[in-house]
Design a protein around this ligand. Structure first.
Ligand SMILES: NC(=O)c1ccc[n+]([C@@H]2O[C@H](COP(=O)([O-])OP(=O)(O)OC[C@H]3O[C@@H](n4cnc5c(N)ncnc54)[C@H](O)[C@@H]3O)[C@@H](O)[C@H]2O)c1
Length: 359
């Protein structure tokens, strides 16, 4: 049985990918710091080989018998990367490259890196730059997150050889249900807002373009990269895109899908500028080279999402757990408090409760 190491295998993408790999008979090893808990591993916890640890400190033994490493770990959006650019760079760039070097030394044959279409972001306001971009496009991404992804890609793609295959998957913004749920991704946010508030908010008139893809389609693309002939993917970048949507069209599609299942929703639009992202990306190379074409529609995914959210009781929509930046800030604040209190409810180590003093 081939073993795949998933770095970040407890995350939004990682937990869906772990499930899909298990279904195809792979042995799945996971390295994850479990920042968001282990909900993502519900139902598969006893079928994966889990190491709870940090990708910045990896023991070579973790790579024993591993056929492929898929690195879907690290900080995974703009706000968390801007919040702590140092940690972001350490994880998304330095550790990702160091892990690839270690993998190569340990005889692992394949390393697949999770990158992002946000590398293509060109902002709003310059229509001449508003064109469909492919893997060959010149990129100069603003911000810590996309910058770290691009820097890692460049280092990693230098490492290819006949014996070590590196491929990069630049994923569009994902949508869909995952057992480690995120409500900070645009379609998922719309669904959450519809269920919790009855309306969807469109900023900047919703005129921005965004490439989108469903999370199971992302998992299937990774599996295609794990299975593909080395020569076909080695040193290659692939975009994963189902379709490009204006955010306003996306909102209307989400509303129509929700209305069909009797979830009423209103669309509220404001025209203020809020640092929006805007880019259109071609996913044709993945289809042309690997015959992988994302197929899950927004409408289908939205309806499944509602069912799964209800089935898993992920209806505590305000919980920071579902929003990466809110959760990371909360964890850091809690860490500061616990450094002072020692623990939450237990007494500090060695202390005796009052009633026992003198007894
Ligand atoms: N979700 C998307 O829409 C999207 C789009 C494009 C690219 N990506 C990229 O795909 C990857 C997965 O994204 P996601 O949505 O699953 O994110 P996620 O935040 O849900 O998952 C990341 C996982 O990595 C783990 N992790 C973080 N830092 C770690 C560390 N130092 N050591 C070990 N584990 C660590 C977390 O605990 C979490 O389980 C990320 O690299 C992200 O940048 C995601």
């Amino acid at each position: 049985m081939s073993t795949v190491l998933l770095v970040g295998g407890g995350g939004y993408v990682g937990s869906v990918l772990a499930q899909e790999l298990l279904e195809r008979g792979y042995a799945v090893r996971i390295l994850d710091r479990l920042y968001f808990g282990d909900h993502g591993l519900t139902g598969i916890r006893d079928r994966v080989d889990l190491t709870v640890g940090d990708m910045r400190i990896v023991s070579p033994a973790l790579l024993d018998d591993v056929e492929a490493v898929v690195n879907v770990g690290g900080l995974s959006n703009d706000p968390t990367a801007e919040y702590n650019p140092k940690a972001n760079y350490e994880m998304n760039m330095t550790a990702s490259v160091a892990l690839a070097r270690m993998a190569r030394e340990q005889g692992v044959r394949r390393y697949i890196y999770a990158s992002s279409c946000s590398i293509y972001d060109r902002g709003v306001g310059d229509e001449a730059r508003d064109v469909l971009l492919d893997e060959k496009a010149d990129v100069d991404p603003p911000g810590a997150y996309a910058g770290s992804k691009l820097a890692a890609e460049r280092e990693l793609l230098e490492m290819t050889s006949d014996r070590f295959c590196v491929a990069v998957l630049r994923k569009a913004t994902l949508f869909g249900f995952s057992p480690r749920m995120r409500y900070d991704l645009v379609v998922n946010t719309f669904v959450k807002d519809a269920l919790s508030k009855g309306y969807i908010s469109l900023h900047f008139g919703g005129e921005m373009w965004r490439p989108l893809a469903e999370v199971h389609d992302a998992a299937r693309a990774y599996i295609a990269l794990i299975r593909a002939d080395h020569k076909v993917i080695n040193g290659e970048i692939f975009n994963l895109v189902y379709r490009n949507f204006r955010i306003s069209e996306l909102a209307m599609r989400v509303r129509a899908a929700l209305n069909e299942i009797d979830v009423p929703v209103e669309i509220r639009t404001d025209y203020s500028y809020r640092g929006v992202r805007n880019y259109r990306v071609s996913g044709h190379k993945l289809d042309r080279v690997l015959e992988v074409a994302p197929e899950v529609t927004v409408e289908e995914s939205v309806q499944t999402m509602v069912k799964e959210i209800r089935r898993h009781n992920y209806t505590d929509f305000d919980s920071p757990r579902y929003y990466n930046i809110a959760w990371m800030k909360l964890l850091q604040e809690a860490q500061g408090v616990i450094q002072v209190t020692g623990s939450v409810f237990d007494l500090p180590k060695g202390a005796k409760p009052l009633r026992e003093v003198g007894s």
